[in-house]
Design a protein around this ligand. Sequence first.
Ligand code: ADP
Length: 595
Amino acid sequence: MRKKILGNRLSHKVFLMLVLVGVLPIIILGFLALYSLNVSHRIDVAYIEQKLINQKIEEIEKFFDEIVSTLELQVGFEQTSEIAIESQHFLLKQFLNEHAAFEEVAFVSLTGRESSKWSRIYGGRVSDEELIDLSHLERFRKALGGDRYVGSTYRTLKGPMISISMPVRNKNGIIISVISAEINLSELQSIVKRSTLGSEGYVYMVDGDGFLLAHSQEENLEIKDMNDWGFVRSLVGGRRYLGVENLQRYESPWGETVLSLGDYLPLLKVGIITEWPIDDADRIVNTVRNQIAIVGFLVLLFTGLVSAILTNRIVRPIKTLEVGTERIARGQFDQPVSITTNDEIEDLGDAFNKMMQGLKRLEELKEEFVFIAAHELRTPVTAIKGYISMVLDGDAGEVNPEVQKFLSEVRKASDRLNQLVNDLLQIARSEAGRLKIEVQSIDIAEAVQSALSELKPLALEKSIKLVYNPVTTPPVLADSDRLKEVLINLVGNAIKYTMRSGDVIISHEVKDKGLITHIKDHGIGISVEAQKKLFEKFYRVQTEETRNITGTGLGLFIVKQIVEKMNGKIWVVSEESQGSTFSFSLPLTTNIKAS
Ligand code: ADP
């Protein structure tokens, strides 16, 4: 079975279709807008972070260049031995004064032993006894070989430090001594301190071992090992994270989700990292996103409303036609449908109304035909009945038994024909509005008695007892002739459809401002299925038992029409092979409730 998405109503389908047609492009466009907004925003974030990193690298390089250029000493061509000791002390003192980053500076003679040393911790010149031998250290050997040596970062109470040593040459390029310095890297902290990234983003540096060197938002830096972060680890391993394609998103060491870039500076062996908390970085874009969402929602709402209105416009005329069709099915041809859509559906409405008129005419013709035919048939049928009765009664002389037998059959058939003609005439009258009902206050018991006395011979024939205890009943509003017709029909059926002898009981009950009359039999009963169609025109129950019972299937239809025209109701309660009780109500003349 097909699954119902929104039910099977046309209105639901049209609504769904309109909503889809209206909403799908909006949803797709909305997603595209959000996607491109996201992409371009990520590019912006990466650009800003990278710019900051480049700027910090420039500052660090400047700092390093200053240190190195200070230490680059050149002495005269002739000078082939060490600088005179006084000059050494003079120069070292100068260095300390010139740059705050110099913690300790020393000249080392070509043998590897320090020849002079100045230190900030000592507050100036270091005594000769404390000069040490560096000959076995790489920092000395590298410089002696003519290269610049930059050591790894190490920690002191005064902050992170590195060692630098360089050769001292004369103008001919001959190395005459080595200069060695301990550089305080606290300056890096002041370089990152001046950095901003949105309102919550920050920048920090790590040394070659992955330890925190400087942080733009942290004042007192404890020694912090950052190697737990794979990002930092691979950065100090030399990998660079630049450009939007390398923008990282992770939980930062400081506990926020960040968008991050990083670069490694081999010169000083430091990594520099920017981390921008995503909430802060996306603040502006979030506002735009919310605005898109609100506009999207409003558009959806609008589309829904417009779809509902359009659906109504499309479906309403169809609904009108449906109601018109139902009216035709009920036999009402007087109310044409009104559709003013100014299109093909309006044409359809006009065609529908024409069809309704045609059907009305057909119905009228049919009624007229049935009425005329039944009316014209009545006279000859009555004549046949009368003459046969006369012949059978011997008015035309002696009739031999054989002929009498045949004539009895002819009389039975003419009785049935007479009944059919009467029923048809009754219906034709009723449908043409010619069924005259004149209600007045009557005593129902009289109508019952009269009907029963007419049916008595029939009941006697089948040994059926008609039981009626006339009690005093309040008067009802009814047409006494029609009421008698109803009673003759119902009691007649009760007798007709009782095969073996059994009582037919007629009783009354006052209920809900009306008088109910029950006709109860112990006959063949009626199935639940048949009960539903019982009061329809020409309906007859087709069973083994009813096969030989003659009838037209019009009696109950007529009875119902009459009862309803007298403002009453009729119903049946029945069980197969147990019997049936037909009941009908009639309004009381005075609505006095019986106690
Ligand atoms: P009919 O001329 O066939 O009696 P009715 O309209 O009077 O037409 O009844 C319709 C059908 O209802 C009958 O054919 C019969 O099968 C069923 N019916 C009516 N009254 C009774 C009853 N008292 N007991 C059983 N069946 C009944």
